[in-house]
Design a protein around this ligand. Structure first.
Ligand SMILES: [Zn+2]
Length: 485
């Protein structure tokens, strides 16, 4: 058989003021053909997995474009269309194909399209015809639409948040799609709308047990795959929200029944799933009273969810409270990073830090900063075994706090965002990271305690108050106490 693979991803924050353009994709990663097969990002690794599985099974494997951009506002329409059309042109030119595997995000919004993934799948179908099998791997922070699920033969969503299972899900998708192509399985999908908007880390209860429940359901006879689309609250689309997806083998009744059963189990614990984070002041008090290293997560300024990454409110509060023996990162501030790099290691300078992108960034801080280290092409361990670029980055000491300033916008995934610059975390009182959840894999092992903090950044967890305009159904929890009643 002939298998084609491509990927196009971003998690569009429609409330973010800046568009996602060509530079954002160039910085995130745009690779083609053989270059995809040497990349270290999750999408590249997944392409390499599919290549290896095809080699094992004697199928011919062709790679198209794989592109990813750090999230921001809606994608510039021509940028989206150019990349989409490049994938489609390769599919057409190198076809015919029996199976098409797509690594998409699920929350990609362009200036002219609220559901880029369904748009891509519909156009792929026009090229490959009704008999070819189309499989899609998605991030759980997706808008899982009927158009997408109905257009593809199988959609498989990462179960874990942090999304460390992208390769497992890639293998699962490959298995379902190739089984269908061989005529050995008849995947039938059903969706259940939980009527919820939320944030669901799988490292804690009740979500951890629910993930085990999804896995147990997959072991039931006739069940091919169970996914929970968390939804992406900061993407305002007609279909924003949490949904369960079940793929059964030839049995629509089973798929529908199980999707509703699991969806109602999630719904039943919706109150326990609702995030409740302390204020910055309360969080700092809690951290200062806790023995050992406390990891504080500035969840609202997570670049991975489209926030700018240069909000200063947590650093300001730490300085005002006189916190020392602490580290904070990464503040996205290429201007300050350049000034520090030019001043050189050992220099002390008056520096304007952060607060530059917009209202969600708070105000810049004018501080005395001492440059401790400079790295031109800094990077950190990313999801799974991937690496995440940070660009020109500096370690500056500001009032007893070791601060990382970076130039390629990214959330903090791993301690080496700090230690890679020479900042020692062992023995510190606290380390503050700009990330909502992906930091857990790297930081939980060194943390005496993890405290998520509600700052006034771009990614607010007050889901009842999100200013939706396009979302068609406002009958959702927590805006409504019991929307399924
Ligand atoms: Zn995600």
């Amino acid at each position: 058989m002939r298998v084609f693979a491509a990927g196009l991803q971003s998690e569009t924050n429609t409330f973010a003021p800046w568009p996602t353009g060509e530079r954002a994709f160039a910085e995130g990663g745009v690779r083609r053909g053989g270059d995809v097969l040497t990349g270290k990002a999750p999408d590249h690794q997944t392409a390499q997995l599919w290549r290896d599985l095809c080699a094992r099974d004697g199928h011919e494997f062709v790679t198209g474009l794989f592109a990813w951009a750090q999230p921001s506002g809606p994608i510039v329409q021509s940028v989206y269309e150019d990349m989409r059309d490049e994938i489609l042109a390769a599919l057409k030119a190198q076809g015919p194909f029996d199976v098409v595997l797509l690594f998409l995000h699920g929350a990609m919004v362009s200036m002219g399209c609220d559901d880029c993934e369904a748009d891509i799948v519909r156009r792929v179908r026009e090229i490959v015809g009704p008999k070819a099998v189309i499989g899609v791997e998605l991030d759980p922070h997706c808008h899982l639409t009927h158009a997408l699920v109905g257009g593809a033969d199988a959609v498989v969503i990462m179960k874990q948040y942090p999304h460390d299972d992208y390769l497992e899900r890639g293998e699962e998708l490959y298995g379902v799609c190739l089984a269908k192509a061989r005529g050995e399985a008849r995947p039938i999908s059903a969706l259940f709308d939980c009527r919820m908007v939320g944030f669901y880390p799988t490292t804690q209860e009740p979500m951890a047990s629910l993930v085990e429940r999804f896995r147990a359901a997959e072991r039931e006879a006739g069940v091919l795959s169970v996914s929970f689309a968390h939804g992406f609250p900061w993407g305002d689309t007609p279909d924003t929200g949490s949904r369960v997806l079940v793929i059964a083998d030839g049995d629509p009744g089973l798929a529908t029944r199980l999707a509703e059963e699991i969806g109602r189990e999630i719904y039943a614990v919706r109150d326990a799933l609702l995030p409740r984070f302390p204020s910055v002041d309360d969080a700092l008090s809690e951290a200062l009273e806790t023995p050992g290293l406390v990891v504080m997560a500035d969840t609202a300024d997570n670049a991975g969810g489209g926030a700018p990454g240069d909000n200063t409110s947590l650093l300001k509060a730490m300085l005002e409270r006189g916190v020392t023996s602490a580290a904070l990162g990464a503040i996205w501030d290429p201007i300050a990073a350049i000034a520090c790099a030019d001043a050189g290691v050992g220099a002390t300078l008056r520096l304007r830090v952060g607060g530059k992108s917009g209202a969600a960034s708070a105000m810049p801080l004018d501080v005395d900063a001492t440059v401790r280290a400079v790295r031109e092409r800094h990077s950190q361990a990313g999801l799974g075994t991937s690496r995440a670029a940070m660009g020109l980055s500096v370690w500056v000491e500001i009032g007893g706090i070791d601060v990382v300033l970076n130039s390629i916008r990214t959330q903090v995934f791993s301690p080496d965002a700090f230690t890679g610059l020479g900042i020692e975390l062992v023995g510190k009182k606290m380390v503050a990271v700009k990330s909502s959840q992906h930091f857990q894999t790297g930081f939980a092992p060194i943390a005496a305690k993890v405290v998520r903090v509600a700052t006034h950044g771009a990614i607010q967890m007050d889901f009842a108050a999100l200013p939706y305009v396009k979302k068609s159904d406002l009958n959702y929890y927590p805006r409504v106490a019991d929307p399924l009643a």
